[in-house]
Design a protein around this ligand. Structure first.
Ligand SMILES: Nc1ncnc2c1ncn2[C@@H]1O[C@H](COP(=O)(O)OP(=O)(O)OP(=O)(O)O)[C@@H](O)[C@H]1O
Ligand SMILES: [Mg+2]
Length: 391
């Protein structure tokens, strides 16, 4: 009995808002039909009210625990939008009906319970009729029985009605697997584009480093050797200082070349693995920092390289901007490599203010990973990056 009452109450709580939104939908249905008619002849079949419709449908999805699709197409050709439209029509008609039934029965029970308190206030020629005219105290005294009847009816009708309506909306609003697959393909296409973009940017950077740095230094070496050659012809004994200068220039060019190579794939990663390489970064960080690594597996070289650059940029930011006295790096390796860099500084990190954080986000997106920066004013700051390891 008690569980039945609880179930009925839950059903009422589900159906009462359904009555409200269903009825509002019913009132707006002609407007929607009109905009659909306009969209049918509009270029690209764009539905002007698509964002509002989507928000409305998503609100219902959240209410009944159906996954919210990540779609933003406003064309009538979009399968998710078509599903939303179909749900709207059903919700406007059946939702209003189911909602009203779920609402009216308990309301009638409550009213019957209250009739004995107020029937005598109502004019005698227009008595309360619920469900028969109440014109005497004797009749009023029977009303609690009527209330019990309504309650019993509600207990019988409301729970299955709420269940049925919930499963109907669930079926209408659930986005089928092929549409989800299409979404996933769109996501992967975007991450592939990001990978190509990151790759292109990296190539341009290496080209610039080689061109502006190494090439210039090698030109200087050639120039010095030219001077040496001339000096050797003129006065071989006095050529030694020039030879030494040429040697210096060569060492300088070599050091520059080594830097470029290091920036492509830090050799420390090959030598010491990600843990060792990150420990090296931490040792150079002026803010005291703790390293925790969980999980023994090594990740693919490209992933480790990206992770290394993430930690390097995060620690540089902590040293440059955070004002922190304590920081920590946690590396967790499973199917994804998770990097968490935390500092107790004053917060306020904003990727729109520089190129470092947005560079991290782009690099990580290229691996189909995710980046979140939590940095409220006053701190603390947490950078969390997830890099799928492709297994
Ligand atoms: N750990 C942090 N604590 C507080 N503020 C931060 C932190 N990290 C970044 N910020 C803020 O966010 C901004 C953006 O950081 P980002 O790394 O993108 O750029 P940057 O460090 O200023 O320049 P660069 O392009 O050289 O990295 C910084 O200018 C800084 O104001
Ligand atoms: Mg930075």
């Amino acid at each position: 009995m008690r569980t039945r009452l609880v179930r009925t109450w839950r059903g009422v709580r589900h159906l009462a808002p359904t009555a409200a939104t269903g009825f509002a939908s019913l009132l707006l249905l002609p407007v929607l039909l009109l905009t659909v008619a306009v969209a049918l002849v509009a270029p690209g079949r764009r539905l002007a009210v698509a964002p509002a419709l989507r928000a409305f449908a998503d609100r219902e999805r959240v209410r009944i625990d159906v996954p919210v699709p990540v779609a933003d197409d406003t064309s009538l050709r979009d399968p998710v939008l078509r599903r939303d439209l179909r749900w709207y029509a059903v919700h406007a008609v059946l939702g209003t009906f189911a909602g009203l039934v779920g609402f009216i029965l308990p309301a009638a029970a409550l009213n019957a319970l209250l009739v004995p308190a107020y029937w005598w206030l109502v004019p005698a020629d227009d008595p309360v009729t619920s469900p028969y005219p109440v014109t005497s105290w004797a009749l009023a005294a029977t009303m609690p029985l009527v209330a019990v009847g309504y309650t019993a009816l509600a207990m019988l009708v409301v729970p299955p009605l709420a269940r049925w309506y919930r499963s109907l909306t669930g079926r209408l609003l659930a986005v089928p697997a092929d549409v989800r697959l299409a979404e996933r393909v769109a996501e992967l296409t975007a991450s592939r584009a990001a990978a190509l973009e990151a790759h292109g940017a990296e190539l341009r950077r290496i080209e610039r480093d080689l061109h502006d740095g190494t090439q210039n230094k090698l030109v200087a070496v050639a120039m010095h050797l030219g001077i040496v050659e001339r000096a050797l012809r003129r006065d071989p004994a006095g050529a030694l200082p020039m030879v030494l200068r040429a040697q210096d220039a060569t060492s300088d060019a070599l050091a520059g070349l080594r830097d470029v190579v290091r920036s492509i794939y830090p050799p420390v990663l090959a030598e010491r693995g990600l843990d060792g390489a990150v420990a090296g970064l931490i040792a150079r960080c002026p803010v005291p920092c703790a390293l925790t690594t969980i999980g023994p597996r090594r990740a693919p070289a490209a992933v480790e390289s990206a992770a290394y650059f993430v930690v390097a940029e995060a620690l540089t930011n902590i040293a440059k901007h955070s004002g922190a006295t304590q920081a920590s790096v946690v590396l967790t390796r499973a199917d994804t490599l998770t990097i968490e860099v935390h500092d107790n500084g004053h917060g306020g990190a904003d990727e729109n203010l520089g190129t470092g954080l947005s560079g991290i986000a782009r690099r990580v997106a290229a691996f189909d990973g995710s980046t979140t920066v939590t940095s409220p004013p006053g701190g603390p700051t947490l950078l969390r990056v997830e890099l799928p390891c492709g297994t």
